[in-house]
Design a protein around this ligand. Structure first.
Ligand code: SF4
Ligand code: FES
Length: 365
């Protein structure tokens, strides 16, 4: 008879959990869930070898194990430290951890521009959430910040290196999902940057996933940039029979009315992709009729998008039909001719690049 696997008992912020040997502190905390889960900017459960770069997940090990109860001398990265039997860990219950994390956020923001109002990632940016929840209100950094020109990585992906926090997720994604990685981190230390050698385009059928794994707005979707704010869009689960055998064809469509503005993979409660999708699903299928729509997508509580509730809403009755004895109201005026909305023949989701004044009706005064 097979022997029962020995489980390790761990306490995180005084909450006990039993996990398999080899589990990291971060994943043990994720089994508990809620506030005790340390934030993670570089670890990604679907990418082998990820983690250990950003230090946002640091925790204090107050008891090493039952066999050796000495505390660990320094704060450790919970995404890279495996549990021991009897280990005790402090995360939000340790003022030292919270203070150190504040310092990490300050470091991550040293070169990161505070351009959230015009950044496409705003509303779903993990650094924005991290800054709100763990950062301080001001920086002490007074020196010149690193800046870079924006670069097109192929025709679908825009690299805005100034925003990159060097988490390496996109490098692991390209390594593990595509046939050939053509970008990486060039240089070291302060000179490190994401780049493609002689700026080759990233031409692989799964490369679009780098957009989904990027925790900040460094890699954005050229087919969606500046077309809409994510919190104005309604995310819905949808699927299609994709011919690519590696692609599950299960996505989230970000819609406004009947227009599909962008397609992304489905993400879990930690904002990590559940199943990676191919570039055809992501970039080429922007028509509602390409998809079987399943229903509204629940977005994690961190996101401003979850504030735009549209499930379980009761639509108020339109009294006009009753008042008119069942007759349908006549269109009184065409809103397009009365306001500055886009011209009726233009689908904002389909135009090349962001909308310009030509796409709108400007009333002459
Ligand atoms: S571009 Fe994004 S995913 Fe790639 S290293 Fe920078 S922050 Fe990470
Ligand atoms: S998530 Fe652990 S070091 Fe980045």
């Amino acid at each position: 008879m097979a022997e029962d696997k020995k489980m390790f008992k761990v306490k995180i912020d005084n909450i006990s959990v039993e996990v398999e040997p080899g589990t990291t502190i971060l994943n043990a905390a994720r089994l508990i869930g809620g506030e005790v889960v340390p934030p993670a900017m570089c670890y990604y459960s679907k990418l082998e070898g990820s983690g250990g770069k950003c230090r946002t997940c640091i925790v204090k090990v107050t008891k090493g194990s039952d066999a050796d109860p000495r505390p660990m001398p320094k704060l450790v990265a919970s995404c890279r430290t495996t549990v021991m039997d009897g280990m005790e860990v402090a995360n939000i219950t340790s003022p030292e951890v919270l203070d150190a994390r504040k310092g990490v956020v300050e470091f991550l923001l040293i070169n990161h521009p505070l351009d959230c109002p015009i950044c496409d990632q705003a509303g779903e940016c993990h650094l924005q959430d991290l800054g709100y929840e763990n950062g301080s209100e001001a920086t002490r950094y007074e020196f010149k910040r690193r800046t870079f020109d924006k670069v097109d990585l192929g025709d679908k992906i825009k690299l805005h290196m100034t925003r990159c926090i060097l988490c390496y997720r996109c490098v692991f994604t390209a390594d593990q999902l595509t046939q050939k990685r053509e970008h990486g981190i060039l240089g070291r230390g302060d000179a490190a940057e994401i780049g493609t050698y002689i700026k080759q385009s990233l031409d692989n059928d799964f490369i679009g996933n780098v957009i989904d794994v990027c925790p900040v707005g460094a890699l954005t979707d050229n087919t969606f940039r500046f077309k809409n704010r994510v919190w104005f869009l309604k995310p819905v689960d949808a699927h299609r029979n994709c011919n690519n055998p590696k692609c599950c064809g299960k996505v989230v469509l970000w819609m406004r009315g009947d227009e599909v503005f962008r397609v992304t993979a489905r993400k879990d409660e930690y904002g990590e992709v559940e199943n990676f999708i191919c570039d055809e699903c992501r970039f080429e299928k922007k028509d509602k009729n390409d998809w079987v729509i399943e229903g509204p997508r629940k977005i994690n509580h961190h996101s401003v998008i979850s504030q735009g509730q549209y499930v379980n809403t009761v639509k108020p009755l339109d009294p006009l039909v009753d008042v008119l004895d069942g007759r349908k109201p006549k269109l009184l005026f065409n809103i397009h001719s009365e306001s500055q909305v886009n011209r009726p023949e233009i689908d904002l989701s389909k135009i090349e690049g962001p909308a310009h004044s030509d796409d709108f009706i400007i009333k002459k005064s």
